[in-house]
Structure formats: structure tokens, C-alpha cells
Design a protein around this ligand. Structure first.
Ligand code: GLA
Length: 308
């Protein structure tokens, strides 16, 4: 849909060939308008994930963003890209181009920013998402997609049986408000070690302070990238009962693995199915959260004349 550039459905065959909708969402626009705190299927911008206290400095000026996830700013603010109507152009049956022009000062961010996203459904059953953006002033940009998946089908009880592999030896631990501490921590020997595939639910009972801060998995993983340019595999998820497998490839340095810890059954989705606690996962490819305030993280600054 052109509302938030949201993916509302994604049908794939299971091991018996039965078409299965693996993306959470609603049956009507009205539900998206009134229950948008979950960001179902949405394009996220101007800045994916959190900026500490909604404040950052750029070229000697301090910018203040709306605080919509106290005490921080989350996913571009309440009127972020997920809540905007994008201009949509169907290029052909396999390519949809979406464009949104975010005004200078909108949701506190500097510069007019033109964002373009092309969704491509490839002949290999891949969904490819190409993001570009340009600005007329220095700004910060971190675009992603917030689709929630359940590979047993949207509305199935849990994702904790899914086998997950994340190609990351390190992750970015967070404080109790989910802002990275700035440290890159080794996953080895922790609940965050998904270097070999295993069930998401295996370590959810861990007393690791990171599991307590995140209320489960809600963390950015620093991807192991080789020097080779181009897409590299970030994560693989497999649901044994349906045989559906998803691979995530990206150019980005990080991926947010969010295990649906804020779902509680109160949001009722497609076909009247409630979305229970941890009944979906998101794998949001991105630059690291709070990068505008963290000197050691790769920069998210976009300068005029450059293309994101
Ligand atoms: C991201 C965040 C989570 C949560 C969800 C939306 O994944 O990291 O903390 O806010 O979005 O509910």
C-alpha cells in the first residue's frame, strides 16, 4: 500500500505447496491508521530505530526530535515515513516505485529529503528493496522495512520454534531504554550467539541483563561482512513445521532482530487473528541505532550532492 509503503501480505508455498501468508498486517486501511504503533510492514524513516533523547548534533547545530518512545525518538517520530502517503508508480508487474519527499524540519530533521524505494519481486521469489535518498542540507538517514514475519503463517502462535542463524559475531548491547552503550560485545557464549542456527526460543529464559533490557530479543547485530561489495547474507530463518525458509541479504552493516516482545494479543490482524506475544519477528537491515550520537558507529550523515 502507498500508506507507509507497507507490505500487507506475502504469500509463499509451504512444503506441501499450500500458499501461506507470512507477513502480519490488517485487512483494512482503517486498522493501519488507528493501530500504527507496531509499524506492521512499513517503510521506516527518516531514521530507523532510536536516537537517544531525540537529540543529536550536526554541523554545529543541535536538533531536537519528537520523543515518541520515552525518553527517546523511535523510527522517525509519530509522523515518520510509516505514516505518510507515498507516491506510487507501478513500473511493471514486478516493480513498484514509491517516493516520499520529507520537508526540511519535518519531525525535527534538517533538510528536504527525497526518498525513493523500489520493491521488486524477482523471478527467484525474492523481495528486493532498493532504497535511495538525496537531501538539500546535511541530515541523518537510516531507512529500513519493518515487516513482521511468522513462517508458520501470520497469526500462528509463536516464532520461538523457528531456527535462526545470524551472520554476526558481535552485537550492540543496550541500556534499559534500548539505546546502545557504544560497545561491540561478542555473542560467543551468550544468548545472542546465532552464528549456528538454533531455535529462537532456546535462550529466552536467560537472565542476561541484555535479555532483561530488551524484554527478549530487540538488538542490533553487527554483521560479519567480507570486503567484497554487494549483497551478503545477514540471516536465515527456517520454520520446521511448514518448511518455509527465509534468507535476508543486505548491503547494510547491521540488522535489528526484534522478537515481537511488544505484541500481546491486543492487535487483531488479518482474518480476525490476534497477534500474540512473540508471534512474529522482524529483521530490520540498518545502520546502527543512535549512530548520530555514537562516534564509533558508521556514520548515517547524508550530505547534499551525495546519494544514500
Ligand atoms: C523496533 C524496536 C522495538 C519496537 C519495534 C516496534 O524493532 O527496536 O523496540 O519498538 O520496533 O514495536
Amino acid at each position: 500500500t502507498n500508506f507507509g509503503g507497507r507490505i500487507v501480505s506475502f504469500m509463499v508455498p509451504d512444503k506441501a505447496g499450500k500458499p501461506t501468508d507470512i507477513v502480519l498486517g490488517y485487512d483494512s486501511l482503517n486498522h493501519y491508521l488507528h493501530n500504527n504503533e507496531a509499524y506492521f510492514g512499513a517503510l521506516i524513516g527518516r531514521y530507523g530505530n532510536r536516537i537517544a533523547k531525540g537529540s543529536f548534533q550536526l554541523e554545529g547545530r543541535t536538533y531536537q526530535l519528537p520523543i515518541n518512545n520515552a525518553p527517546n525518538s523511535l523510527h522517525g517520530g509519530p509522523k515518520g515515513f510509516h505514516n505518510q502517503v507515498w507516491d506510487a508508480k507501478l513500473i511493471d508487474a514486478q516493480h513498484l516505485e514509491l517516493q516520499y519527499v520529507s520537508k526540511d524540519g519535518e519531525e525535527g530533521y534538517p533538510g528536504n529529503l527525497t526518498a525513493k524505494v523500489v520493491y521488486t519481486l524477482t523471478d527467484e521469489n525474492a523481495l528486493q528493496i532498493d532504497y535511495t535518498a538525496t537531501a538539500d542540507k546535511a541530515t541523518v538517514v537510516n531507512l529500513t522495512n519493518h515487516a513482521y514475519f511468522n513462517l508458520n503463517g501470520a497469526g500462528a502462535a509463536t516464532i520461538n520454534d523457528h531456527l535462526l542463524q545470524i551472520n554476526a559475531d558481535h552485537f550492540t548491547p543496550v541500556d534499559s531504554t534500548l539505546i546502545p552503550t557504544g560497545v561491540l560485545a561478542a555473542v560467543k557464549g551468550t544468548a545472542f550467539d546465532f552464528t549456528k542456527a538454533h531455535a529462537i526460543g532456546d535462550s529466552l529464559g536467560s537472565k542476561d541483563i541484555q535479555m532483561i533490557n530488551g524484554k527478549g530479543y530487540d538488538h542490533n547485530f553487527a554483521l560479519n561482512r567480507t570486503a567484497a561489495p554487494g549483497l551478503q547474507t545477514a540471516a536465515t530463518v527456517y520454520a520446521p513445521s511448514t518448511g518455509i525458509q527465509m534468507e535476508v541479504l543486505t548491503l547494510e552493516p547491521g540488522i535489528q532482530f526484534y522478537g515481537g516482545n511488544f505484541l500481546d494479543g491486543s492487535l487483531v490482524g488479518k482474518q480476525g487473528k490476534p497477534y500474540a506475544f512473540r508471534s512474529a519477528f522482524c529483521l530490520e537491515t540498518q545502520h546502527f541505532p543512535d549512530a548520530p550520537n555514537q562516534k564509533s558507529f558508521a556514520s548515517t550523515v547524508l550530505l547534499p550532492g551525495k546519494t544514500y
